[in-house]
Design a protein around this ligand. Structure first.
Ligand code: F6P
Length: 343
């Protein structure tokens, strides 16, 4: 058998560990060859690829961030228009099953390809942890570790200057990184996309905290957090090339609003892509490896049209179309648990 593999969308710690596991499992367990397509779907559209081999060098991949295959975001229209080319590339390379590793966009494309009769096994990745039908995605633990460490550090400087500190973390649609890093680092407020925030309420908590004699206030803000309608209007960032709303520095804008309302120094830290770069945590390396092994097994067992997923202690398979119906958002009760520590 010949297996194709690609990584699509934003990169994520653990991608190389999945590739390594797919290659090892396919070669050693099944005697199959693996072809890696470069730069996401573009590699398939342009027939750019490398042969992957389970040699010793691949052991080093476990600890390496990014993706050795390169990645890109491809507009769905471009993919649809290129279906014939994709089939051609797969035929020319004798690919029996394609394993796309990606987030919402890549997996939605994979699901569409499956509907078009292309045999695929999806592997979910994203630091945002917002893919449905899997308990966790790899990359999340690494991003969470980076964010928590950063917020731990901000406590001491905020305390020394008696400041309000806003920390913006990634999470366009789902607030998992904000929620978990905020809980883990003892933040005094967490703002997530799922729960529009009231700037007056944030100010009330800040004032109450300082009146009580506390020395600082740390608020973790997911990049996709939005104010409640009518509180203040955020500057519009326009749309990106895919027609998605651009994110426009919510923490910076909130800082201005807080300073306008109360007499406190506010500082903002935007963690940005530092959360996505660098080596994966051991947890992410293990999860990514298990996903890779199970994706290769599924491909060889004919379980296509499926996505590997973490289900409690086990790795299972779910129909890829099910997993891409909606994003996994932070439920209200999880936010309320965290809110017990606000202020
Ligand atoms: O989807 C993962 C993610 O890291 C988001 O949290 C973030 O909004 C986005 O990617 C950033 O994308 P880009 O690297 O294209 O700026």
């Amino acid at each position: 058998m010949r297996i194709g593999v690609l990584t699509g969308g934003g990169d994520c710690p653990g991608l190389n560990a999945v590739i390594r596991a797919v290659v090892r499992t396919s070669e050693v367990r099944y005697g199959s060859a693996v072809v890696g397509f470069l730069d996401g779907w573009r590699g398939l559209l342009e027939d750019r690829r490398i042969h992957l081999a389970a040699d010793d060098r691949n052991d080093r991949l476990l600890a390496k961030g990014g993706t050795m295959l390169g990645t890109a975001r491809t507009h769905p229209d471009k993919l649809r228009a290129g279906l014939d080319q994709i089939r051609q590339t797969l035929d020319d390379n004798g690919i029996d099953v394609l394993i796309p590793i990606g987030g919402e966009g890549t997996l939605t494309a994979a699901s569409w390809l499956a509907d078009e009769g292309v045999p695929v096994v999806g592997v979910p990745k994203t630091i945002d942890n917002d893919i449905d039908c899997t308990d966790v995605t790899f990359g999340f633990d690494t991003a969470l570790t980076v964010a928590t460490d950063a917020i731990d550090r901000l406590h001491s400087t905020a305390e020394s200057h008696q400041r309000v500190m806003l920390v913006e973390v990634m999470g366009r649609h789902a607030g998992w990184i904000a929620l978990h890093s905020g809980i883990a680092s003892g933040a005094h407020m967490i703002l997530i996309p799922e729960q529009p925030f009231d700037v007056e309420e944030v100010c009330r908590l800040v004032k109450r905290r300082f009146q009580r004699g506390d020395s600082h206030f740390i608020c973790v803000v997911a990049e996709g957090a939005k104010p409640k309608e009518g509180t203040f209007s955020m500057a519009q960032g326009g749309l990106d090339e895919f027609g998605h709303e651009r994110f426009t520095g919510v923490a910076q804008q909130l800082a201005i609003e807080i300073e306008r309302r109360i007499n406190k120094e506010v500082r903002t830290t935007v963690l940005g892509h530092v959360q996505r770069g660098g080596k994966p945590t051991p947890y992410d390396r293990v999860l990514a490896t298990r996903f890779g092994v199970n994706a290769a097994d599924a491909a060889h067992n004919g379980d296509t049209g499926m996505m590997v997923s973490l289900q409690g202690p086990n790795i299972g398979l779910v129909p890829i179309g099910e997993a891409t119906k909606e994003l996994k958002l932070v439920p209200q009760n999880r936010y309320e648990d965290a809110a017990a520590f606000f202020g």
